[in-house]
Ligand binder design. Structure first.
Ligand code: SF4
Length: 328
């Protein structure tokens, strides 16, 4: 069995020393003891630091984490190693559990691009023109935006969910690149995009990806749909993060270019050690702000508890449940 140091050394985003890895092992023990004491479950997003993924009970993308959170029954506490909107989503679908976010700085620039007040104004404007308008929001939105939405989608199911709607006119919030990807997949709908984007994926350019492919033509290119359309055009497959994990495991090819936030390459390097993952990626500051110590402190001090007022939680849950039903 490989040691934690050997495992983390395969992961290339961080250059951990053996001393740091020993500190992680001590923290892992503390966290496991606290988890037992609090009767907690730890869930972590694919983009998180590998030493946090290592101690999580469940690792996944937004959809998988939302589903997982909705099914937690035996644990009293959901320790959510993700960003703020994800922890809110867990609280929306499982309000009787205590949901903790280990670091309040873990926000999301894309979620912030759609303030609920602005969305309410835009919906009123568009409904005057398109009475059948459906509001489809990406899971990367605040609880207040989800509450204004008819249905929620993730990058893994956006096209599938939009296809199930009876409305022709769809306001798609907040990511314009994902909206564009959905419009290509579902041409029979009139997709009206909100003008938001993720600063991490937006930074990746087609020139960069073409340069890497030219140097290594054998690479299978996996691109996240939050990337620009001219980057998505270069992909062998446009996939959510969990879609990328499945694709990398199932395909016979051995070399992949991972075009999304860099944390996913770390998960892939840990989970699929016999294949090579080249990084065509950028780091998200929000996803990296949380450290292993924060997870320990959060469970020890029961901080920072996520609270969603019922008048927002109930309509937000309705929109989320519609997504679960549409993708069952
Ligand atoms: S990668 Fe983009 S969408 Fe994801 S948390 Fe960071 S800013 Fe938000």
């Amino acid at each position: 069995m490989s040691t934690l140091f050997e495992e983390l050394s395969r992961v290339t985003t961080y250059d951990y020393s053996p001393e740091e890895v020993r500190e992680f092992e001590v923290l892992h023990e503390e966290i496991r003891a606290l988890k037992k004491q609090r009767n907690a479950v730890i869930v972590a997003h694919n983009y998180y630091r590998p030493e946090i993924l290592k101690v999580a009970d469940f690792v996944g993308d937004s959809l998988e984490l939302a589903l997982m959170a909705s099914k937690v029954k035996d644990a009293d506490v959901i320790e959510f190693a993700g960003v703020h909107f994800m922890a809110e989503t867990a609280k929306i679908v499982n309000p009787t559990r205590t949901v903790l976010l280990p670091n309040l700085l873990a926000g999301c620039q894309l979620a912030d691009a759609a303030p609920a007040e602005d969305l309410a104004v835009r919906i009123a404007e568009l409904r005057a023109k398109h009475p059948d308008l459906a509001v489809v929001s990406y899971v990367n939105t605040t609880a207040a935006v989800k509450a204004l939405s008819d249905i929620i989608v993730t990058s893994a199911n956006a096209a599938k969910v939009v296809r199930t709607l009876s409305s022709k006119n769809i306001l798609f919030v907040p990511d314009r690149n994902l909206a564009n990807h959905v419009a290509e997949q579902v041409p029979e709908k009139n997709i009206i995009p909100w003008d938001g984007y993720c600063y991490v994926h937006q930074q990746i350019t087609p020139e960069e990806i073409s340069r890497i492919r030219k140097a290594d033509p054998e690479l299978q290119i996996m691109v996240h749909p939050e990337c620009r359309p001219d980057v998505a055009d270069l992909a062998d497959a446009v996939l959510s993060t969990s879609g990328m994990v499945r694709f990398a495991k199932e395909r016979p090819e051995l070399r992949f270019l991972v075009v999304t936030e860099c944390g996913l390459s770390d998960r892939l390097a840990m989970e699929v050690p016999d294949k090579t993952f080249v990084k065509g990626c950028k780091l998200c500051t929000f996803m990296k702000v949380t450290r292993l110590e924060d997870v320990r402190d959060s469970l020890r001090d029961m901080k920072y508890e996520i609270v969603v007022p019922e008048e927002i939680r109930v309509p937000a849950e309705r929109a989320l449940r519609r997504m679960f039903e549409a993708t069952e």
